[in-house]
Design a protein around this ligand. Structure first.
Ligand code: ZN
Length: 66
């Protein structure tokens, strides 16, 4: 019950509890979690945009949580 893991949604930057994440996908052997299907779709469409060295660039709000 106490083993909750919180990660960042790579698309919008929200904190995501992996146990209750709405969506997740695997990319390059790693699992990424998302707050909603829109974020997952954006990530699947262009993962590099959210994972590259420029990942520190301003995140785009996903619309469902902003
Ligand atoms: Zn999101």
């Amino acid at each position: 019950m106490s083993s909750t893991t919180v990660v960042k949604d790579p698309v919008c930057g929200m904190d995501i509890n992996t146990a209750s994440a709405a969506q997740h996908t695997e990319h390059a052997g790693q699992t990424y979690y998302f707050c909603c299907s829109k974020c997952k779709e954006k990530f699947d469409h262009n993962p590099a945009q959210y994972l590259g060295k420029n990942a520190a660039a301003p995140k785009s709000a996903c619309g469902c949580c902003s």
